[in-house]
Write a protein that binds this ligand. Sequence first.
Ligand code: NAD
Length: 339
Amino acid sequence: MMMPVPNDRRLNILVTGGAGFIGSHLCDALLQAGHTITCLDSFVSGSRANVAPLLNHPRFNLVEADVCDPYVHDGPLDRVYNLACPASPPRYQLDPVHTMMTCVRGAGHMLSLSERHGARFLQASTSEVYGDPEEHPQRETYRGNVNCIGPRACYDEGKRAAETLCFDMLRRAGVDARVARIFNTYGPRMQADDGRIVSNLTVQALTGEDLTIHGDGRQTRSFCFVSDLVAGLQKLMEVEQNPHQPVNLGNPDEYEILDLAEKVLEMTQSPSRVVFKPLPEDDPRRRRPDISAAERLLGWRPSVPLQQGLLATIEDFRMQLGVQSPRQETRRPVGQPAR
Ligand code: NAD
């Protein structure tokens, strides 16, 4: 956890997408550090519940708006974290044109805003800019293998274009822009129905449904716990020297999806079975970040092991779904039947 900053280093910070999964954890951390936060969100994929506990906080302000529309900020602004964009494939494919516009127009608006205010800017980019990678693990120098006309392109190409805008603005010395390439992140506050692999498998295990694996389950992903990722985003924003390159943020421990499913089954003590379905178009086969740049430039590396992060995630889904843990079930009064 970051230490609170002294009064004279307290900042005015805008977090777009602050009501989403990662954004709401970032708002929590920045408030805890003593900063004043404006959260701008359209709630297209975020949740009011994520920011409800912050609404009465004297240093928290919620603006309901779309980053595709120009935004005027009253008062000083020191930092802009641009996280606004649905992150899970079912969500970003619901309205692909709006997703593309959110990435490109949204980044454009937030960069202009940063330029007007002299604010430092951080773009939440993604490992999806590498597409289905032919280089493994992925270094920031790898230029990617993206299908620019496929169903994932609205997100992948939108994020690539947003990176271009950031580096053009940086080159013309308009904005101190930084780019985080975020790899799969998981943790509490993921939504049960948003179609990410960790949430899908956990919810299916907790509700006794079959665990759906697309393909043969041998494709790999690397999973970063949300508190590690949020610490990395803050480090990238606050490092004095602009890195002048995108920085991978993710956990380099690599798992086959089948291994993850087995882990989830074991940890939830679920009787569910694993079933296999066809692989969606353009689904990447392997994903693992090379995080040597983050280690060297930011002194950052993730520290939460998958087992520990999954435990917190499973507990959060139990609460969301109202599913008892096996421990609670064994504590039921003698003579009362199991549900
Ligand atoms: P999320 O969908 O939970 O959060 C995104 C937030 O942005 C939501 O609150 C949504 O309502 C808001 N939003 C979307 N479009 C908007 C618009 N046009 N105007 C205003 N608000 C808008 O996703 P997340 O997992 O929290 O991801 C946050 C950011 O990190 C995204 O930019 C995503 O691309 C990036 N990212 C996430 C992951 C991951 O594994 N979670 C991986 C790579 C990159």
